[in-house]
Design a binder for this molecule. Structure first.
Ligand code: AMP
Length: 422
């Protein structure tokens, strides 16, 4: 018996019946991103492994545990992209975009890949809608506010209402250095009570202890008094401006000193949006400022900020039984005998060239079974071609909503249907 193949673990098929909801989310996103003047960017789904290691940080979980490498040729390793920012920055530098515009706004929609342990809402292939602003002209707190506002606007437009926004500031690179020193002092005495991952994080990426999900680590973390003393006055002022701009836009947020984000490249504002109805994997999206990434990857010293929303989680959070706009077929052609089938097949071709969506069953079968197929296709009109119709060079046209039937000459039927369908 031949082997049956099944879906790779941690991936999902998006079946035709699920496509309307995906297309709805994507179309809403494109419309809104256009209104904010963000331009679409498409990069390959794999890149040099070094690009991800350098940008996300050797110690981040994404690089350490989740990078899916395509080949293990030591000199030239490629990996599937675990996120969208690094590749956009790589291309931004490679195409010298910073010399062409002071402020670039990009967005992307596409699959990302992480070697995670799959569970509900956590996949190995998942999809993100992301946006990035970068360039010499992006050091404005209003852009931090715009990026946050835009992610909320997108979620609202999909029909999500009950999500929570948390924001924090990590400050400049120097502030982050101060922050890690402070944290090491705070956690030193409790090192042995932390999980094995956090013990490693202590040296390499101490911030990550703050968002460790391990119960015992959380108990230790929540008792810590984390204030903003690591932030310079300049960074504090910047953060105040961001918060002020969000208040002006009536965007509700919670300040969360424990929010640090897992990737090395973040500086200043970071944020996360969650929806408690999602259970343990409750993050809908996240983002922040990454002012040093472009220069770190060999580009000019320009600031940047961005976010990514997870499409699968958005769809999980949407209320069930939503009537996403299904694309109904315009016309279904039913033929009663072989001669009618030949005529119907050529009519199908004429209609398609007149931009009428249409289909048929491609063989002669009972009118009942063809009618059933027409109903299933959601066709707005059915054309019946039988012996009598062909004798008179006519087609019977049935309006599937009203049930009304009429005879129309075959030469005129395309135009007549086009008019009715519009
Ligand atoms: P991150 O790049 O980890 O901040 O992810 C941004 C968003 O992408 C998250 O808030 C999730 O909505 C989504 N996401 C991240 N990882 C996964 C995953 N493994 N499976 C499904 N969605 C994910």
């Amino acid at each position: 018996m031949s082997k049956k193949f099944s879906l790779p673990r941690g991936t999902s098929d998006i079946l035709p019946c699920d496509i309307p909801s995906w297309q709805f989310v994507e179309a809403q996103a494109r419309e809104i991103l256009k209104n904010y003047n963000y331009k679409e960017f498409r990069t390959p789904v794999f890149e040099d492994t070094g690009l991800f290691k350098r940008s996300l940080g050797q110690t981040s979980d994404v690089v350490n545990k989740q990078l899916l490498e395509l080949s293990s040729n030591k000199e030239d390793t490629l990996s599937l992209r675990p996120e969208g920012t690094a590749a956009i920055v790589r291309s931004y530098i490679e195409n010298s975009i910073d010399r062409k515009e002071a402020l670039s706004k990009f967005f992307y929609i596409g699959p990302m890949f992480r070697g995670e342990r799959p569970q509900k809402g956590r996949l190995r292939e998942f999809h993100q809608i992301g946006a990035e602003v970068m360039g010499p002209g992006t050091s404005s707190p209003y852009l931090d506010a715009e990026i946050i506002a835009l992610s909320g606007h997108l979620l609202n437009s999909f029909g999500l209402k009950n999500f929570q926004l948390k924001i924090n500031s990590l400050g400049s690179v120097q502030d982050k250095e101060n922050f890690s020193k402070q944290l090491r002092v705070q956690f030193q005495s409790e090192m042995t009570q932390l999980c094995m991952d956090c013990r490693q994080r202590f040296e390499r990426n101490v911030f990550r202890i703050l968002d460790c999900k391990n119960k015992q680590c959380r108990e230790i973390v929540v008792k810590k008094e984390i204030d903003y003393s690591y932030l310079s006055q300049e960074s504090q002022d910047y953060f105040s401006c961001v918060k002020g701009a969000l208040c002006d836009l009536n965007i509700a947020f919670e300040e969360s000193p424990l929010l640090v984000r897992g990737l090395d490249y973040y500086t200043h504002t970071v944020f996360e949006i969650s929806d408690s109805s999602l259970g343990s994997q409750d993050a809908l999206g996240a983002g922040g400022r990454y002012n040093n990434l472009v220069s770190q990857l060999g580009g000019a010293s320009v600031d940047a900020m961005g976010f990514a929303l997870g499409i699968e989680r958005i769809l999980l959070a949407l209320p069930e039984n939503q009537d996403f706009l299904k694309e109904n077929l315009g016309v279904y052609i039913i033929t009663m005998d072989t001669r009618a089938l030949v005529r119907g097949f050529s009519l199908l071709n004429d209609f398609r060239h007149e931009s009428i969506s249409c289909d048929m069953s491609y063989k002669v079968s009972s009118i009942k079974s063809q009618m059933r197929a027409a109903n299933k296709s959601g066709a707005r009109y059915v054309i019946i071609l039988g012996e009598e119709e062909l004798e008179n060079n006519e087609a019977t046209v049935k309006n599937m909503d009203s049930g009304e039937q009429e005879r129309i000459p075959l030469q005129k039927v395309g135009k007549a249907l086009k008019k009715r369908l519009n």
